[in-house]
Design a binder for this molecule. Structure first.
Ligand code: FES
Length: 61
């Protein structure tokens, strides 16, 4: 399933970017060597960051 249709970024690719340290949608675009175009995916990316990255922060404290 694509999260970003403009750049062809799939859900598993967003998850991988988050696991490599992306904490903002722009960092996910950067890891895929592209930029936001229409911006419709940014909210979904942020939701994925919030749900996947937050548990990592909580375990580090
Ligand atoms: S869907 Fe990601 S920039 Fe358009």
């Amino acid at each position: 399933m694509f999260v970003c249709n403009c750049n062809g970024i799939r859900e598993r690719c967003v998850q991988a970017a988050i696991s490599r340290g992306a904490r903002q949608p722009c960092e996910i675009f950067h890891q895929h060597r592209c930029k936001a175009q229409c911006g419709r995916c940014v909210e979904d990316m942020q939701a994925m960051i919030d749900s996947l990255a937050r548990p990592l922060y909580q375990t580090q404290c």
